[in-house]
Ligand binder design. Sequence first.
Ligand code: HMG
Length: 442
Amino acid sequence: MKKEIKGYSKLSKMQKIDWLTDNYFNGNQEVKAELISFWHEDLTVQNRFDEFSENTLTNFYMPFGIAPNFLIDDEMYCIPMVIEESSVVAAMSKSAKFWLDKGGFHTAIIDTKKIGQVHFIFSGDHLKLQEHFSSIKAQLLEGGKYLTVNMDARGGGVTDIELIDMTAHEPDYFQLKVSFETCDSMGANFINTVLEEYANSLKELVNADTGFGDTPLIIMSIVSNYTPDCMVRAWVTCKIEDLGEVNGVPAEIFAKKFKTAVRIAEVDPHRATTHNKGIYNGIDAVIIATGNDFRAVEACGHTYAARNGRYSSLTHCSLEDGMFKFWIDLPLAVGTVGGLTQLHPLVKRSLQILGNPDAQQLMKFCAVAGLAQNFAALRALTTVGIQQGHMKMHLLNILNHLNASEEEKTFALTYFKDKVVSFTTTRVMLEQLRSAKVKDGR
Ligand code: HMG
């Protein structure tokens, strides 16, 4: 069994690497050299990367690419994406091209409200708390003004505080449910700071001395990552006949199969999970490229997808009056200021590629990415199947895994043009190629 280490966080970066190498790689210096080889050559940049997290040893590379040709609300865009999965960027790009001559993608912001909660237990006079809440609220708002003044000046701030009685779920449990407008920031830090101030003030305003019988026991004060009222819609629409023949399937039949595929994800949680996973292939890639928090964004979307008690599709499709319409309603909280947005050099570039969007515009790009990704996946699934395109892209990964040379890769790309790609078929092809070479004496 490995031994515990105390004070690892206090070691220098090199000492941390040495400890890891000694304890997990038998002191193998190649491992150490490999970790160091991924450091940025400019140490100022490297120090910045180190400080994004803790106990940083090196950098973990991910592919950064773009999906071009997106017509969104009558403007052309390239969408930056950071993702390690084959065929996602290709699929998004393919969707962009598909919709380019059909009006492109359309978007609308539905709302931008964010939520934070102070959870507390109060065993004093419940009725009095409720009766006096409007005066308590006014005092909380006033007392927190010194924290919200800048956000207020930007047109944001605290928009409401509600007292939520949760005693039906847990004895004496109440919440302050605070609504925020955080403008171009994702807002978590601002929200948490304000909530902690309200929690302290609440104890001063509500206690035995002020006639409430008891002081609230603050359990916690924290932003909620569920933001069903911070919502964007994206959609595509065209005449059914304008869909054209899709992978050999006539427009009318394709549209019906596509709509049924979406319906299946609406009614079956097993399918919905995979369907929404595909949607987040697109969204997460943009979220990471723009330095946002993909865990928060995913958690929010999945909660929303389960809001009616059954996990369901985030996208929807209708065929009415000869029109195909496909859309997504996506709750998410993102920022274009603060956090990594000014610190990570490639995040800055991503935002520049998108035309330095504000938070609402970034919400729109994310929704378009999710919709485009889902369109590509369903387009393939309901016609030729997913493996054809996905495995075509995955082929290079398999070839790399099998240590194929550049020459072998070139051969494989032609060889598999009309054949099924799998790990086994690729391995067999390589074995045959290599043994033919041996026979030929090459
Ligand atoms: P294709 O028709 O073979 O592509 O499609 P093509 O070679 O004819 O190229 C057409 C265009 O596609 C290109 O235009 C690009 O826009 C794009 P061009 O740039 O030539 O003017 N494209 C590419 N872009 C970048 N790099 C590439 C590339 N290849 C094509 N290498 C494609 C091939 C993979 C796009 C198609 O088969 C497809 O969309 N398949 C769906 C793949 C997919 O959805 N992948 C997502 C990951 S799997 C997933 O989401 C999980 C899932 O379970 C979700 C679910 O179940 O719902 C499926």
